[in-house]
Ligand binder design. Structure first.
Ligand SMILES: Cc1ncc(COP(=O)(O)O)c(C=O)c1O
Length: 395
């Protein structure tokens, strides 16, 4: 971990608030993630990066990192026009204009896969693709959640979750020549996106680890069964995608998986601090300015309230990163116009100084900033645009 003074010195002339990526830590995360992937390729979950410059940096950093997992068809089209290729849209699209825009890129020879799990997805894409005289590549989203008594362990996404429902999907697929099945994706969110070593959570951590351990073989079995079914039906797939940052150790052991989706691990926000199987570096953070000192131990900063999406909870709030020991106050948290920070440590802090915070999720911080300051070896080496800075807001 770098010190408060390291970053304060670096950003002494930078107007606050600002967001930054420590490229030295980012590269360390890249190396660690590549080693965690074993022999599998890595597809970048772009929602967790939201910056073209860094997406390119990642793709150029290793041949093992190939392709992007996009979060909307409009984003995929934007990235395709910006020169990226091999774009998997991980969530279904029902808007005809969006589907048409993807088909236009397919017509130009670009590789974009649209996500499907329902006959209505297939019908919609088929109709638009037939109008343009092509068959659009699609991917099947296989649900990998597991049911325990009184607990749905996983997310609520695809309706294809068994051999039977996969058969129904494959049967409907044969009615629609305007779509071609080219990929299989299964996201085991309950393993990849659920921390299991949060501090002060001993009992809960133990339970989550046991539930994960039980789910891992069930996930692997279901993915293999459906993959075999797809193959037996004569489809030739370009990829079988699985996992996320938090599940690489189990996803990489599955024979049929060709690639693992990874995004969050590169910035490593606070939600990814609490996993038993890995520890990445806090590469992304933001700085806010101390503008008041209402009492001896409180430093009130301008702005700073960037909570994350998802079920509301303390884990979705930003966390004070530096100086070490500084904390948000219980009454106010991180707010729209001000964030009081309580600090009793040895670091001298003055009005005008920064306090550094980390977001709880990876890419959402980029919806708050037009630019990311890239720092390396004691210098600001570049200032690059986020999607927002390029004028885009996809979801
Ligand atoms: C389909 C899918 N795959 C993979 C991921 C994992 O991404 P990350 O590594 O950013 O957690 C996500 C995250 O939500 C996802 O929706």
């Amino acid at each position: 971990m770098k010190s408060y003074n390291y970053y304060r010195h670096l950003f002494q002339d930078t107007p606050k608030p600002f967001a930054f990526v420590d490229i030295d830590l980012f590269h360390r995360n890249v190396r660690d993630i590549i080693s965690r992937a074993g022999s599998k390729k890595i597809r970048i979950a772009s929602k967790s990066i939201r910056c073209n410059h860094l997406l390119k940096l990642l793709l150029n950093s290793s041949v093992q990192i190939q392709g992007l997992m996009c979060y909307s068809p409009r984003e995929a089209v934007y990235l395709s026009k910006a020169g990226f290729d091999d774009l998997l849209v991980a969530y279904p699209a029902m808007n005809e204009a969006d589907i048409d825009a993807v088909i236009q890129q397919t017509l130009l020879g670009k590789k974009i896969y649209l996500m499907t799990d329902h006959e209505q997805h297939l019908l919609k894409i088929h109709k638009r693709a037939q109008l343009h005289g092509i068959s659009q590549p699609v991917c099947l989203d296989l649900d990998l959640s597991v049911e325990y008594p009184g607990l749905h362990f996983g997310v609520l996404r695809s309706r294809v979750n068994s051999k039977k429902s996969a058969k129904t999907y494959l049967n409907s697929l044969s009615k629609y020549p305007g779509v071609t099945l080219k990929g299989l994706m299964g996201y085991e969110a309950q393993i990849a996106g659920l921390g299991d070593s949060g501090s002060g959570n001993g009992l809960k951590n133990g339970l989550i680890r046991r539930l994960k351990k039980r789910a891992i073989p069930a996930v692997a079995k279901r993915r293999q069964v459906v993959y075999d079914q797809i193959k037996a039906a004569g489809h030739v797939l370009d990829f079988v995608n699985g996992g996320g940052t938090g599940s690489m150790e189990s996803t990489r052991t599955e024979k049929c998986v060709t690639e693992i989706a990874v995004g969050s691990g590169f910035y490593s926000p606070t939600l990814f601090d609490h996993y038993d199987n890995f520890k990445h570096q806090p590469a992304c953070a933001y700085g806010i300015e101390i503008v008041r000192k209402p009492n001896k131990y409180t430093y009130t900063c301008a702005g700073g309230g960037y909570p994350a999406s998802g079920s509301p909870g303390a884990d979705k709030a930003p966390s004070v990163y530096l100086p070490v020991g500084a904390k948000l106050t219980e009454n106010e948290g991180a707010g729209e116009v001000q964030t009081p920070v309580s600090y009793k440590g040895p670091q001298e802090l003055f009005l005008g100084d920064p306090i550094f915070l980390r977001h709880s999720k990876a890419g959402e911080l980029c919806e708050r900033f037009n630019e990311l300051h890239l720092v390396s070896k004691g210098k600001i080496i570049d200032i690059v645009k986020t999607y927002r800075g390029e004028g885009h807001c996809f979801l």
